[in-house]
Design a protein around this ligand. Structure first.
Ligand SMILES: NC(=O)c1ccc[n+]([C@@H]2O[C@H](COP(=O)([O-])OP(=O)(O)OC[C@H]3O[C@@H](n4cnc5c(N)ncnc54)[C@H](O)[C@@H]3O)[C@@H](O)[C@H]2O)c1
Length: 327
C-alpha cells in the first residue's frame, strides 16, 4: 500500500508533536508540507522533517495536494482551515477543542460529511495506553458498575497570560474549553454519554477567561464524574481515578508505570506497565490507518459535537452559579 501524504498547518507547540508522530510512522506516511502564517516557524520545522514550508495553508493544499492534514492552529481557525481541507477532499486530524462553539463544530463536521472524507478529532488521551487499558477493564466488567470517576489536569501554565489561550475571541473560552475538554472526552470513553452537568469556574490571573474550573457530570448509565482543571497551581498533576462496585483503577501520568487496579477480591494492587509508543504516535497511527483503509476514525464528528455540548452547557451552568443542567 502506498504511503499517505500528510501535511501540518500550525508549526507551534502541538504541531511539533504531530510532526514527530508522523515521522515515527515513516513506513505508512510521508510529511510533504508544513504551513504557518509565521513562515520562519514553518521553515525551521520543514528543515527538520524534510518537508516543503508554506506561509499560506491554502497554497500548501493546492501545491502539495496532501491526502491528509493535521490542524494545529488556535481554535478560531479550525473551522476555516478544516472547511478548506474538506472542499479539496483532504482528510483531517483536527486539534482540540474541535472549535469555539457547538455551532462551529457542527459546521466543521458537516463539511466532512458533505465531502465524504475522514475527520478525526485529536483527543489524544484516548490513545494513552493506560486509558485504553481502563476502557478494556471496564468493558470486561472487571470493575463492576462504574460509580464515580475523578480526573484532574492541573499545572502552572506559563504561556496563559501572554498568549492567545486567554483571548476568548481566539480560544473560545479559558481552561474549561482548552483543558477540561480532554477530561470530558475521557469521561465519555470510560462511562458513557453525559446527560447532566454542573460547573463552577474561577479566575486568578489578570485575564478575562476562567483559569480554574470544576465540573460535575453524570452519564446515561448513572456514573458520576468530578472533572477539575487549573492553569495556576504549580505542582503538575494529571490523574484519573475510577471507582466501580467491584474495584478501583488509577492512572497517574506523573508516575512511571501505567494503570494500577485493585479488585474487591484482591489483597494487593496490580500494575500494568506498558511499552506502546506515546499517545501522539498512537493517535497519528489510528488516523493514518483510517485514511489508508477507509475505516471510520476512532474519535469522529459526533464525539466532537457531544463534547462541545457538554462544554457549552458547563459554561451556562457556571453563569448560573453551578445550577445543574440536563443535556
Ligand atoms: N492535544 C493536546 O494535548 C494539545 C496541547 C497543546 C495545544 N493543543 C491544541 O493545539 C492547537 C494549537 O496549540 P499550540 O499550543 O500548538 O499553539 P501555538 O501558539 O504554540 O501554535 C499555533 C501555531 O499556529 C500558527 N498559526 C496562527 N494562525 C495561522 C494561520 N492562519 N495559518 C497557519 N498557521 C497559523 C501560529 O503562528 C503558531 O505557530 C490549539 O487548538 C490547542 O488547543 C492541544
Amino acid at each position: 500500500m502506498s504511503k499517505i501524504r500528510v501535511a501540518v498547518v500550525g508549526a507551534g507547540a502541538i504541531g511539533g508533536a504531530h510532526l514527530r508522530a508522523y515521522a515515527a510512522l515513516a513506513d505508512a506516511c510521508q510529511i510533504v508540507g508544513i504551513a504557518d502564517i509565521n513562515l520562519a516557524a514553518a521553515q525551521s520545522k520543514a528543515e527538520v522533517f524534510g518537508a516543503q514550508p508554506f506561509g499560506d495553508y491554502e497554497e500548501m493544499f493546492d501545491v502539495c495536494r496532501p491526502d491528509a492534514v493535521s490542524i494545529c492552529t488556535p481554535p478560531n481557525l479550525h473551522l476555516p482551515i478544516a472547511t478548506a481541507a474538506a472542499e479539496r477532499g483532504i482528510a483531517c486530524l483536527c486539534e482540540k477543542p474541535p472549535a469555539r462553539t457547538v455551532a462551529e463544530t457542527e459546521a466543521l463536521v458537516a463539511a466532512f460529511a458533505r465531502a465524504n472524507v475522514p475527520l478525526q478529532f485529536a483527543f489524544c488521551h484516548r490513545f494513552h495506553t493506560p486509558v485504553k487499558q481502563a476502557q478494556a477493564l471496564i468493558a470486561a466488567g472487571r470493575l463492576g458498575r462504574i460509580i464515580q470517576i475523578y480526573n484532574r489536569f492541573g499545572f502552572r501554565f506559563e504561556r496563559a497570560v501572554s498568549s492567545w489561550f486567554t483571548d476568548p475571541t481566539v480560544a473560545g473560552g479559558g481552561v474549561l474549553m482548552d483543558t477540561l475538554v480532554h477530561s470530558i472526552d475521557i469521561f465519555r470513553a470510560l462511562a458513557g454519554e453525559v446527560v447532566g452537568v454542573s460547573a463552577m469556574v474561577s479566575t486568578t490571573l489578570p485575564v478575562t477567561v476562567e483559569d480554574s474550573a470544576s465540573i460535575q457530570v453524570v452519564s446515561q448509565q448513572g456514573a458520576i464524574g468530578s472533572l477539575i482543571c487549573s492553569w495556576v497551581t504549580p505542582v503538575s498533576e494529571a490523574e484519573i481515578r475510577i471507582w466501580g462496585t467491584e474495584g478501583e483503577a488509577i492512572i497517574d501520568y506523573t508516575q512511571p508505570g501505567g494503570l494500577r487496579y485493585k479488585l474487591a477480591s484482591d489483597t494487593t494492587w496490580t500494575d500494568m506497565p506498558f511499552e506502546e509508543p506515546d499517545r501522539f504516535v498512537q493517535q497519528a497511527a489510528a488516523f493514518v490507518t483510517s485514511v489508508r483503509e477507509g475505516t471510520p476514525p476512532v474519535i469522529g464528528g459526533a464525539d466532537g459535537i457531544a463534547v462541545m455540548r457538554v462544554i457549552e452547557n458547563a459554561y451556562q451552568a457556571a453563569r448560573s452559579n453551578g445550577a445543574a443542567i440536563a443535556l
